[in-house]
Design a protein around this ligand. Structure first.
Ligand code: SF4
Length: 65
């Protein structure tokens, strides 16, 4: 499972990091600092919750086939 983030459209409200700070790091200005990551085993639920928390809907869950 992978997370992809349309980083250019981040508005910096930090909702993703509020849910899972260790998965969704922010930069010094409070915007998402990464454009995606491979979800570590056992972190799937938190990754999904963080994605759902984004009001801009720019965090996408890519499930393995
Ligand atoms: S919740 Fe969405 S808009 Fe807010 S910081 Fe995270 S990625 Fe950016």
């Amino acid at each position: 499972m992978r997370i992809r983030i349309d980083r250019a459209r981040c508005v910096g409200n930090a909702r993703c990091a509020a849910v899972a700070e260790h998965l969704y790091p922010l930069d010094d200005d409070g915007y998402i600092a990464i454009d995606g990551f491979e979800v570590p085993p056992g972190e799937e639920l938190m990754a999904r919750r963080g994605a759902k928390a984004c009001p801009e809907r720019i965090i996408f869950v890519e499930d393995d086939d």
